[in-house]
Ligand binder design. Structure first.
Ligand SMILES: *Cc1c(COP(=O)(O)O)cnc(C)c1O
Length: 339
């Protein structure tokens, strides 16, 4: 079965051997404060900086999920409240979570919370837009970015935000249960000024543990090992970025030109807003149902629609672990699909 589900998504096939290695070598049974284990965490953090071109001064912590990162931003980095320019279901979920922890109070916000790639509807916030927000928000504000379905798939403009995070079951091509949180010296200063230490995952507490490549709790050692091995194998992000964008351009042309006769079309009309990593395609409810079922028959899983677009769209992940052969297979399926 070939899967184009945008999360959990296709994992790199090598993950099977990484996991076997982790078990056979005893990595998964190491004490998480032992030198053997912290060496793996140190190497993982080093490789994240290197392969994703994360600025040296930005810190990295590994946590369990992107949802946990939403909570960390609210708990440890928000003085009063957050502002959320939402474009879809994940942005709305983050806003609702954050405001349950730090109730919204117009005029009191000091963090802008942006979902860079809105997985629910295949839109993205452009580099230009993020740069514009960076210039427009008051100087003492932070910007936090959910890049769950784009980090490790496209190059991110790290200096334009203070916090970036992603769970690994999207573009990283790994099983769920681990997330990468990247934060700037300014974010750490804010956390220090707030001094929040009430939670096991308070950012200050996490940060102090990560100075020794440790975590307050027993971490997902198997996931971290697989992340390290995967990072050793992938090309630098500039190369991955070029390939992702090229494939996205080809997908857009495919739907707009080659199979334009089919009874569905790209959900997002304006190319400026289109995601490079998640392609949403819209049609009548019955058509979407038919195409998903026909794809399954052909051995292909298309992503269901999400939230408001649940029944009237399907989604195609354009993640690095997907091969050219799989993309060819899906295009061949659409070419012969007759509705
Ligand atoms: C998948 C996703 C999340 C949720 O990630 P979890 O690891 O389940 O917490 C959050 N934001 C976006 C944009 C996503 O695509």
């Amino acid at each position: 079965m070939t899967t184009f589900y945008p999360g959990p998504s296709k994992v790199y096939p090598e993950v099977a051997s990484y996991a076997a290695e982790a078990v056979q070598s005893g990595v998964v049974s190491l004490n998480h404060r032992s030198a053997g284990f912290t060496d793996i965490v140190r190497e993982t953090v080093r490789l994240l900086h290197e392969k994703l071109a994360i600025p040296a001064e930005y810190h990295i912590a590994l946590v369990s999920s992107a949802t946990e990162c939403w909570e960390i931003v609210a708990q440890s980095l928000t003085t009063k409240t957050t502002l959320h320019p939402t474009t879809g279901a994940f942005g709305e979920k983050w806003r609702d979570y954050a405001h349950r922890i730090r109730p919204f109070d117009a005029g009191k916000a000091d963090i802008l919370c942006v979902v860079q790639n809105e997985t629910s509807n295949g839109t993205q916030v452009s580099r230009e837009q993020l740069t514009k927000w960076r210039q427009e928000v008051p100087a003492d504000w932070l910007i936090a970015v959910d890049a769950v379905s784009s980090m490790a798939g496209i190059a991110l403009d790290w200096p334009q935000a203070d916090v970036w995070f992603a769970s690994v079951q999207k573009c990283f091509g790994l099983p769920a249960g681990l997330a990468v949180m990247v934060y700037s010296p300014r974010a750490l200063e804010r956390a220090t000024a707030i001094g929040e230490r009430a939670h096991y995952n308070s950012l200050l507490f996490m940060h102090e543990n990560f100075l020794n490549y440790q975590t307050p709790y027993t971490p997902n050692g198997l996931g971290i090992y697989c992340l390290m091995r995967m990072l050793q194998q992938v090309p630098p992000i500039a190369e991955v970025d070029a390939r992702t964008r090229q494939r996205a351009t080809e997908w857009f042309a495919f739907f707009e030109e080659e199979v334009a006769h089919l009874p569905f079309h790209l959900l997002i009309n304006d190319p400026i807003f289109r995601s490079d990593t998640v392609i949403a395609v819209e049609g009548a409810e019955a058509t979407i149902k038919t195409v998903k079922a026909a794809a399954l028959e052909a051995g292909i899983t298309l992503g269901n629609g999400y939230g408001k677009w649940k029944d009237t769209t399907f989604r195609i992940a354009n993640f690095p672990a997907i091969t050219d052969t799989e993309i060819k297979q899906l295009k061949a399926f659409f070419r012969i699909f007759t509705g």
